[in-house]
Design a binder for this molecule. Structure first.
Ligand SMILES: [Zn+2]
Length: 110
């Protein structure tokens, strides 16, 4: 990754930063993920087992042009696969609880 960059649009200097991802649980750095996105009913997009790396983004101080690099060491995706499995398990437990609650209410009505 370059230490300093010149903007390809206006030739001014660019500074390093990152694109922030805000989620329900907090904030993180945007990631590059290997391959095309695959939708998941449980997690929005399935990430299991795919390589990923954090994205560094350079911004021109004059015109705002952004240039991104995913040059860091790629993660093999094993941790994200475990987290995806935890989300699915949690959703299944909540669904089972709701079904048990509904069944109890219906049984009480007779
Ligand atoms: Zn520029």
């Amino acid at each position: 990754m370059p230490q300093s960059k010149q903007c390809p649009k206006c030739a001014s200097s660019m500074g390093e930063g990152f694109v922030l991802d805000k989620t329900y649980g907090g904030a993180g750095v945007s990631l590059w993920v290997e391959g095309a996105p695959v939708k998941s009913f449980w997690t929005g997009i399935s990430l299991g087992g795919r390589a990923r790396s954090q994205i560094a983004t350079w911004r021109c101080g004059r015109c705002g042009f952004l240039e991104s690099y995913a040059a860091g060491a790629a993660d093999d995706g094993a941790e994200a696969q475990k987290q995806e499995a935890r989300v699915v398990l949690f959703a299944a437990v909540v669904l089972a609880f709701v079904l048990a609650l509904v069944a109890g209410v219906l049984a009480a009505r007779g």
